[in-house]
Unconditional design. Structure first.
Lengths: 259, 377
């Protein structure tokens, strides 16, 4: 029988910011990567003890099970309002929402726009996977033109169903926003860039520099009907051209931050 | 403290501030807006939180977030705005966090008008948001009572981890009368063993209204209703006027109850043995008090500024024992004392037959009197 011994040189562990709770996410979905990046950043910044997360309605509805910090669960789309209530009464806490595209860009459009306009010192992690994942893959405000979903079975027809909304660009027009960027989770290089952006977003908050949001282009292999590898390729080849990666608003004060 | 002249909405706002309100989130809507305006000036000058939200939907969810931290928090609105808050209220009830909410009711349904109304009784007492949840509903009939109930509401909300809704109406909100404001309570963030405040060295906490396992949700529903039994046993509130020797009893809440009191006093001047029961807690409703009166009086007159919403609670308690007459002025119309005195006379002189549908009889009278196109009396 093999004897288990402590490895001499641990190079990779679960971040302290994640619980041991197994996630319910589908194989190949990038929610797990996004969770890990947030957890690593909260640990690195030593703010887990004063972090309060706000979970959305959607695939990440159980996010509160996975992060080792205090959490509340919002109504669909209302996470920025709930985060506003928390942050205003406890301004020294680190408050973040984690929202999908249906939650943030459809039903919660008013809440996200006004949280940004007010310059709420909260951090928003926005998962854009171009569909409503939890309910089985319906058309979202971010569904690409021509893209098939269960509620656009012939492909999104822009004549009748309109055009996808580019949230990062839209929120970047608001003076209250300190840091608004779009990143992608489709390969290691982009994941590293996403991690750095998440760090900057939280740094924006702890320095009181206003609203911060990182939009993350993500996969949904199950509802897209693609393998995990094909789904990553779909993000790179189809989503990135429509939702260009980049920094849409970096206020001069945020631009000074070095991490 | 001395009695001062206070406007209802401003008194409600200042009473909440003196009760240790830490944060207010609201949205303008007539006839409630002066609460928001008072908060906009006072809260920042006291170093407290004021946010004018982008909608009532956002306001109630800001309240929800702040309440999850254990803060003393409130919002106020008027009927259409309260409808928008119903989603949030259901979540707040499911999460079992304390919240105080004031509805300065106006005429409805829909956009309705901005005149005083009691049309939201059933929404407040029975319904509103989805799911099984009870809540405390209190109704003031004067500015002093509004002040006192606001102060009480925070303690009740925290004691039972529940929603306390005060339903006033446009006249309570807009009128001015002398009232005494309580002293300023010290401001502090209460430490609850359920509040989400950041771990700060303890085990992590989660607040949510989600119970995916139906058996867990069932337990939550049962827990809420066990707590409700305790509330029903301890928190029934009402005012009784001239009930000791009353042969006929008028029942009305809020402004309708206040107008009815003038009519009852006039009837007493005439030698009629009439009393008034004015429920203050509409939920829990003083069913027992009405049931006991039904054992000894000869008739009830229910007066409301709606089409007979509290009437259903009175009927439930009366259980057909004594004749019941109803008089309602819906849509933003406030009854005059002489109208109610007329109704008292009608009740005393010709009590309705037992079992007669009080609301239907009223509707027929109203249709005759108004001719279908306006008040004729």
């Amino acid at each position: 029988m093999a004897t288990l011994t402590a490895p001499a040189n641990i190079v990779f562990t679960r971040p302290e910011g994640l619980t041991e709770f197994p996630t319910h996410y589908c194989p190949g979905c990038t929610h797990g990567i996004a969770h890990r990046l947030i957890a690593e950043v909260l640990e690195e910044m030593n703010v887990l003890d004063r972090a309060i997360g706000v979970a959305p309605v959607g695939c990440a509805v159980f996010a509160y099970n996975y992060f080792d910090c205090d959490f509340v669960e919002a109504a669909h789309g209302r996470a920025p309002a709930m985060a506003t209530g928390i942050k205003r009464v406890l301004p020294d806490r680190v408050v973040f929402t984690y929202q999908g595209d249906g939650d943030l860009a459809s039903i919660g459009m008013a809440e996200i726009v006004h949280a940004a306009a007010r310059g709420e010192n909260i951090t928003v992690i926005f998962i854009n996977n171009a569909n409503y994942g939890m309910t089985g893959g319906q058309m979202a405000p971010t569904t690409l033109p021509g893209m098939k979903t269960t509620s656009s079975p012939s492909g999104r027809d822009v004549e009748t169903q309109g055009y996808p909304i580019r949230m990062a660009e839209m929120l970047a027009t608001l003076e209250g926003a300190g840091y608004v960027v779009r990143r992608s989770l489709h390969d290691p290089k982009n994941i590293r860039l996403a991690r750095k952006a998440i760090r900057l977003a939280f740094e924006t908050q702890v320095r009181g520099l206003g609203f911060s949001m990182v939009e993350l282009l993500s996969t949904c292999p199950t509802n897209w009907g693609l393998s995990p590898v094909e789904a990553l390729r779909f993000v790179e080849e189809r989503m990135v051209p429509y939702f260009p990666l980049g920094d849409y608003r970096v206020s001069p004060a945020v631009a000074q931050i070095r991490v | 403290m001395a009695r001062e002249l206070w406007k209802g909405n401003e008194a409600i706002a200042e009473a909440a501030i003196r009760a240790g309100l830490q944060a207010y989130f609201g949205y303008p809507i007539t006839p409630q807006t002066e609460v928001l305006e008072w908060m906009a000036r006072r809260m920042p000058e006291l170093g407290r939180v004021f946010v004018q939200a982008e909608s009532e939907v956002a306001a109630i969810n800001m309240v929800y977030g702040a309440a999850c931290t254990g803060a003393r928090v409130m919002t106020t609105s008027s009927s259409p705005g309260i409808s928008l808050m119903m989603e949030g209220l259901s979540y707040i009830a499911g999460t079992e966090v304390p919240v105080v909410l004031v509805n300065v009711m106006r005429g409805g349904p829909g956009l309705g008008n901005i005149a005083p109304s009691q049309g939201d009784y059933q929404q407040a007492v029975r319904g509103g948001g989805h799911g099984d949840y009870p809540r405390i509903v209190l109704a003031p009939s004067s500015i002093q009572e509004a002040i006192d109930l606001v102060t009480l509401s925070f303690d009740l909300a925290e004691k039972y981890r529940t929603i306390v809704m005060i339903i006033a109406d446009g006249s309570i909100g807009q009128m001015m009368e002398p009232a005494e404001m309580p002293p300023m309570q010290p401001l502090y963030h209460r430490q609850w063993d359920w509040a989400v405040t950041g771990k700060m060295g303890r085990e992590r906490r989660v607040l949510s209204s989600i119970y995916l396992d139906p058996y867990q949700e069932e337990q939550t529903n049962l827990r809420l209703f066990r707590r409700w039994q305790e509330i029903q046993a301890n928190e029934v509130r009402y005012r009784a006027y001239h009930l000791e020797d009353a042969e006929f009893v008028v029942i009305g809440f809020g402004t309708a109850g206040r107008v009815a009191l003038s009519a009852v006093r006039a009837a007493r001047q005439e030698g009629l043995k009439v009393g008034l029961l004015r429920p203050i807690s509409l939920s829990p409703f003083p069913h027992q008090v009405v049931a006991e009166l039904a054992q000894r009086v000869s008739g009830f007159l229910v007066v409301e500024m709606n089409t007979g919403q509290m009437l259903e609670d009175v009927e439930l308690a009366n259980a057909g024992r004594v004749p019941l007459r109803f008089y309602g002025r819906p849509g933003g119309v406030v009854p005059f004392p002489d109208e109610i005195l007329h109704e008292i006379h009608a009740l005393v002189e010709a009590p309705p037959a037992p079992g007669e549908d009080a609301r239907l009889a009223w509707l027929e009278r109203m249709t005759r009197l108004t001719g279908g196109d306006g008040w004729q009396r």
